[in-house]
Design a protein around this ligand. Structure first.
Ligand code: ZN
Length: 337
C-alpha cells in the first residue's frame, strides 16, 4: 500500500500530469497542497520534441514554488506506459507525438531529479485512495470514462500492473461484437460505445440520418463540426430525447461493465471518474442498483459504487504519490517471501 512519506513535513514532490487536452504541473506538499500550479494546452499536432520541451518547462516553473528541493518528479501520462522505463506507447486518444516518447529518461536528464512515470488512471487511483473516495480501501477499482475509458485495479493494497505494467485496460473489453470500430482495431469495445468520442459519433450518426432532429440542428449551429460528448450532455440536459437516449445507451454499457468488475475483482468500491461520468451522476445510482440486482454473491453485498472526488487535481496528486510506490526490487523481495 502507498505509505505516508517519512521524509518530514516540509518535503515536496514535483508532479506532472500529461493529458490529451492539458499538460499540468505543480509542486505537491506532503498533505496534498498544490503550489505553483501550471497548465497549458497539449499541442495536439506537436512533435515529440515539442511536447517534451513543454513538459520540462512547466515542471521547471512549478519547481520554483517549492520551499525545499523536491524529492523527485512523478508523471501521470495518458495511454499505455511502461513504469520501469518511462516510455509511452501509442495511446489511441492522444497526439501522434506521444508514441514511443522516452519521457522518464528525458525528464530525468533535463531536470536532474528521480522520475517515475505511470498511467494516468493508476495515478488517479492512488490519489483517490489517499485523499478522495477510496480512503481506507485496499481493494477497489478506479474506472474513468472520459476521452478514453480505462481502469486501475488496486488489489491487496497494491496496483495490479501485469507483466508489462499495462493491466487495467477495461475499455477494450468487447461489449457489442457488432458495434462501432474501436481505436484499438476491434469492434464494440466498451470505450467505442461509452467514452466521450463514441457518444459524439453516435450523435453525429443520428443527426445525419435524421436531418429534422434537434441534434442535426445543433450540428448545423456548430457549422457542421462533429458533435462531441459535452455537446450531447448539454443537449440531454436541455431535454433533447435523442441525446438522452444516446447517453442512456452509454450509461447502460458502463453500468454493465461495473457489474463485470464486481464479479471479476470483488472490490470494496468502484470509484467512477472522468469528465463523461462526472457529467452523469445518475450512472452511480444505476450502477449501485445493477450491482445489487445482478452481481454475484457475496461480492454484490460488499461493493459500493461512488463518484471520484478529486476532479482535475487527481492527476497531479496521484503523480506525486507515484514516488512512494514500491519499487520493482521491493516487489520482487516481497514475492520471494
Ligand atoms: Zn478497443
Amino acid at each position: 500500500m502507498a505509505k505516508a512519506s517519512v521524509k518530514g513535513k516540509n518535503h515536496t514532490t514535483l508532479a506532472l500530469d500529461i493529458g490529451g487536452t492539458w499538460i499540468r504541473a505543480a509542486t505537491v506538499t506532503h498533505d496534498g497542497q498544490l503550489l505553483g500550479a501550471r497548465k497549458q494546452a497539449n499541442p495536439a499536432t506537436g512533435s515529440a520534441a515539442e511536447i517534451l520541451a513543454l513538459c520540462a518547462r512547466l515542471a521547471d516553473e512549478a519547481r520554483t514554488a517549492s520551499p525545499v528541493p523536491p524529492s523527485g518528479l512523478g508523471v501521470s501520462a495518458t495511454g499505455p506506459v511502461n513504469p520501469q522505463t518511462g516510455v509511452v506507447y501509442e495511446p489511441p486518444n492522444t497526439p501522434a507525438g506521444f508514441s514511443g516518447l522516452p519521457l522518464g529518461q528525458y525528464l530525468r536528464e533535463r531536470l536532474g531529479l528521480a522520475v517515475v512515470v505511470d498511467r494516468d488512471v493508476n495515478a488517479a487511483a492512488l490519489a483517490e485512495q489517499r485523499f478522495g473516495a477510496a480512503q481506507g480501501c485496499s481493494e477497489f477499482v478506479y474506472l474513468t470514462v472520459s476521452t478514453g475509458l480505462g481502469a486501475a485495479v488496486m488489489a491487496d493494497g497494491e496496483l495490479m500492473r501485469g507483466a508489462d505494467g499495462a493491466a487495467g485496460e477495461l475499455g477494450h473489453v468487447v461489449v457489442a461484437p457488432d458495434g462501432p470500430t474501436c481505436g484499438c482495431g476491434r469492434r464494440g469495445c466498451l470505450e467505442a460505445v461509452a467514452a466521450g468520442p463514441a457518444i459524439g459519433r453516435a450523435a453525429d450518426r443520428l443527426a445525419r440520418a435524421n436531418p429534422g432532429s434537434g441534434l442535426a440542428q445543433l450540428r448545423d449551429s456548430l457549422g457542421g463540426a462533429p458533435l462531441r460528448g459535452h455537446h450531447v450532455s448539454a443537449a440531454a440536459l436541455d431535454g433533447d430525447p435523442d441525446a438522452r437516449e444516446i447517453l442512456a445507451a452509454a450509461g447502460a454499457a458502463v453500468v454493465s461493465g461495473v457489474v463485470d468488475i464486481v464479479n471479476v475483482f470483488n472490490p470494496q468500491r468502484i470509484v467512477l471518474g472522468g469528465g463523461v461520468a462526472m457529467a452523469q451522476p445518475c450512472w452511480i445510482e444505476a450502477a449501485n442498483a445493477a450491482v445489487s440486482q445482478s452481481a454475484l454473491q457475496p461480492a454484490r453485498d460488499t461493493a459500493r459504487v461512488v463518484s471520484a472526488e478529486l476532479g482535475d487535481n487527481g492527476g497531479l496528486l496521484g503523480a506525486a504519490l507515484l514516488l512512494d510506490q514500491p519499487t520493482e526490487t521491493n516487489r520482487a523481495r516481497h514475492r520471494r517471501r
